[in-house]
Design a binder for this molecule. Structure first.
Ligand SMILES: [Fe+2]
Length: 459
């Protein structure tokens, strides 16, 4: 008993000593109603022309960022899966041929969903691309990242639980001004499963047209959320992630994953690991074995920044989804500490929260403290499911604020992780307020490998 009290006192003192008492923001927001934008709104407009490509989006297509997968939908007939591309506008000197698929969902028949793998790209270039045929062809561009290396600066955006409300629109309009080069998306895309029968698929289509304004021009690294599962026996649809996986491919094979739901990529100076909260992860499962191997592949001399994405947060002090991440945390947390993960981004909770560097790996059911303690080797956990979907804000927090929680606020927004070099990154969380982007918290992130393990001077 005394031992427990001493440990508890030591734990409390450590936070006081470090001056890291948590902050709960009392900001009163003025957001738009939590309802979806009407289907006839211009953000969902179908592009002009017969069979014109729509819902265009790109993601990384290989392990190291020299390839993209370009995806789009043609509504009327298959058309062509050809991508024409080149290094100057109007000069599409290269071509890549993809494939198309379609599916049924209840009685809805999807459009023709094209996925074209474009590889052999040069690093750090702007590519222009053209898809579609004749007068219905459409043109876009994207930038490739710098070569994978320890001092390749890069700016990631982080968005979660987006949906398709006016709050969602506010988030992406603000993100467009951020200078972010790739979106780390932490799950729950369209919230189409809030509808029924064929209206579900109609809202996947509208979300695809909505997200195109960013997703056609820069990669989104997808992770899957609960709203993407769509296990709907009432309408005979029982294949998890059927719509999500048909529409939003990932380069999972490049990291030797066996499923598109969990995978890894390297981009500039970051190694990004994407986990699935809704696929098996206990010992001996494919996801467990894959992650065990992938963490060993991480080379911090090449990619100093180790970032993990998942949907369900492990450290969350909101009433919403409290403790839902416990089972995965108990399986993987010791690895995150061992490998000195820099930061973990999760969604699911429709609010914002950041943790201190803490871990809860000493508890082994029979002995050890069963509460999180300060741990310099642990990641910072950021919950950022605040994209603005139709379920509304999660405004009720556990009181008092737990010691592991550094900052929390029930607002919509997005974040950026601006990697400067192998030791320093700037992090910002931007709140949406009255249609204006407001920087609400920001800090300098010191790299866990170089600053802690290698003891570089990182002031
Ligand atoms: Fe969720």
């Amino acid at each position: 008993m005394w031992c427990r009290y001493l440990l508890l006192l030591a734990f409390l003192f450590s936070f006081i000593h470090n001056g890291t008492a948590g902050v709960t923001s009392e900001f009163i927001r003025s957001e738009f109603p939590a309802v979806d934008i009407p289907l006839d709104h211009e953000v969902f407009a179908v592009p002009k022309g017969y069979n014109a490509p729509q819902q265009v989006h790109i993601t990384q297509g290989d392990y190291d960022g020299k390839a993209v997968i370009i995806s789009w939908v043609t509504p009327d007939e298959p058309g062509s899966s050809l991508v024409q591309y080149g290094l100057s506008e109007g000069n599409y000197e290269y071509t890549a041929k993809g494939t198309f698929t379609n599916y049924t969902f209840y009685t809805y028949k999807s459009g023709y969903i094209h996925h074209t793998h474009v590889d052999g790209l040069e690093y750090d270039k702007k590519y222009f691309y053209k898809i579609g045929e004749g007068g219905s062809a459409r043109k876009f561009w994207f930038k490739t990242p710098p070569k994978v290396g320890p001092d390749s600066p890069y700016k990631f955006g982080i968005i979660g639980d987006l949906g398709q409300t006016f709050n969602s629109l506010s988030t992406i309009e603000h993100y467009k001004e951020s200078g972010g080069e790739t979106v780390l998306f932490v799950g729950d895309l369209s919230y189409a499963d809030r509808y029924q029968y064929n209206d579900i698929s109609v809202r996947w289509d509208s979300w695809g047209r909505f997200a195109e304004q960013i997703a056609a021009y820069q990669p989104w690294l997808w992770s899957a959320g609960n709203h993407d599962i769509e296990y709907l026996p009432y309408m005979g649809e029982v294949t998890p992630f059927k719509t999500y996986t048909a529409r939003y491919p990932t380069p999972y094979q490049a990291s030797n994953s066996s499923e598109p739901l969990w995978y890894a990529v390297r981009r500039a100076s970051a190694h990004i690991i994407v986990l699935c909260s809704y696929s098996p992860y206990v010992k001996y499962t494919p996801q467990y074995k894959w992650l065990e191997g992938e963490l060993k592949n991480v080379d911090r001399t090449k990619t100093p920044w180790l970032v993990v994405l998942m949907h369900v947060p492990w450290y969350n002090s909101n009433d919403a989804h409290f403790k839902e991440g416990e089972s995965m945390r108990s399986v993987f947390e010791s690895w995150f500490v061992k490998y000195k993960v820099d930061v973990v981004f999760a969604g699911h909770v429709h609010a914002y929260e950041r943790s201190h560097r803490i871990s809860n790996i000493n508890y082994n059911v029979s002995t050890g403290p069963c509460y999180p303690v300060p741990d310099k080797s642990a990641p910072i956990y950021i919950t950022i499911g605040d994209g603005g979907n139709q379920e509304g804000i999660a405004g009720k927090y556990i009181q008092p604020q737990p010691d592991y929680s550094a900052f929390r606020e029930a607002s919509y927004g997005h974040a950026t992780l601006d990697i400067k070099n192998k030791t320093h990154a700037l992090y910002h969380w931007f709140r949406n307020v009255d249609g204006v982007k407001a920087t609400t918290e920001s800090f300098v992130l010191h790299n866990q490998y170089w600053c802690l393990e290698k003891m570089y001077p990182c002031i």
